[in-house]
Design a protein around this ligand. Structure first.
Ligand code: NDP
Length: 335
């Protein structure tokens, strides 16, 4: 069983040298355990935070141990009555080819139905990133039909799901993404009303002007994935009583500072700004997954994926994700 471990912690930017591939024999299954062969591994921005020593909302990734990560795959052997060989499952198997899972731990392994939803989407639109979009939109922004809502990193795993969920609620949805190809995709294939390429703007004032054109009635709700210049630009266009769901600050994950230019707007516009961690809200997952599964199953949400081939490709694909090289949900295909 090949696996990728965290070998040493990044000093500043993360590099491929922080990771190491190792090989270990698979242990014998004990009662209650299930052996899963991973088909896809999920790469997610949160993994960057775990690579640091400092305490965040989650404990750091231990050195020398398999990198944490969501996985989908197939059960190959089981000593648990609820799982049998051939079951398709989603879990947190990590950056490795196989995992042995104690299936008695609640939520450790979940069977999924691939009749209408391809297996890989359970790591994206119909998985953790989709629920993230759902939570921020429904529980924090809580938009009314006709309101204007925005999202940064719009073409990504979270952003694309957000667009479909907001359209389903009758909102005007405007995305912000890096590059013309991503923006074209956001409008033409994801059905956003508009998308702004932040890379065409040298500062937040210029980006904010473009937002004024795309959001003539101002911004009622915003879902932040990036931070920095993007958040500054959005804040300038917010309406009174705007709600901002703070989901991610990816522009700062490698250590860049993220100052806020106009914090007084929080007061002037009586804004609600709320950060959240999706894994702390397990109570919404069933309802959110149900809606997301229907959107994908009926073709209303057609998420795009960037697929790296083979476990050895995981570190470079992950570093690329932190630089916007992915286009849609970043996965690693193992089988
Ligand atoms: P994406 O699929 O959106 O990929 C990340 C994207 O972020 C890149 O494609 C790129 O898009 C953008 N990006 C990367 N670096 C920068 C940068 N320096 N400046 C601006 N944009 C950058 O990832 P996800 O959808 O998986 O995650 C989106 C966000 O949601 C992340 O911030 C993540 O940490 C957060 N998240 C938070 C959760 C929570 O519980 N709070 C749960 C899940 C995700 P572009 O090319 O358009 O710039």
């Amino acid at each position: 069983n090949h696996r990728i471990v965290l070998d040493n912690r990044p000093q500043g930017e993360a590099t491929a040298r922080n990771f190491k591939m190792v090989e270990l024999p698979l242990p014998e299954l004990k009662d209650g355990e299930v052996l899963v062969c991973h088909h896809f591994l999920s790469l997610d921005p949160y993994m960057r935070g775990r690579m640091n020593e400092s305490k965040s909302y989650a404990v750091p990734q231990p050195l020398g141990e398999v990198m944490i990560g969501g996985t989908v795959g197939e059960v190959v052997d089981s000593r648990h009555p609820k799982f049998k060989a051939g079951d398709q499952v989603v879990g947190m198997g990590g950056w490795q080819e196989y995992s042995v899972v104690d299936a008695n731990v609640i939520g450790a392994l979940r069977k999924v139905d691939t009749t209408h939803v391809p297996l890989s989407h359970y790591l994206g639109a119909v998985g953790m990133p989709g629920v993230t979009a759902w939570y921020g939109l429904v529980k924090i922004i809580n938009p009314k039909a006709g309101e204007t809502v925005t999202v940064s990193a719009a073409s990504g795993a979270v952003g694309s799901a957000y667009g479909a969920l907001a359209k389903a609620r009758g909102c005007r949805v405007v995305g912000i993404a890096g590059g013309k190809d991503k923006c074209d995709y956001v409008v033409n294939e994801l059905g956003f009303d508009a998308c702004i390429d932040y890379k065409e703007h040298k500062d937040y004032l210029s980006l904010s002007k473009a937002l004024r054109e795309a959001c003539p009635n101002g911004i009622d709700g915003h879902f932040e994935n990036v931070g920095g210049m993007v958040l500054d630009a959005v804040m300038l266009r917010t309406n009174a009583f705007a709600r901002i769901a703070v989901c991610g600050m990816i522009a700062g994950y490698d250590g860049a500072p993220l100052p806020m230019s106009n914090p007084a707007l929080i007061l002037v516009n009586r804004m609600k700004i709320e950060g959240f961690i999706v894994s702390e809200h397990m109570e919404v997952w069933p309802e959110a997954l149900q809606e997301l599964g229907t959107l994908v199953g009926t073709g209303k949400l057609r998420p795009r994926e960037s697929v790296a081939q083979g476990l050895a490709a995981a570190p470079e694909a992950f570093l690329g994700l932190l630089k916007g090289k992915n286009f849609g949900k970043q996965l690693v295909k193992l089988v």
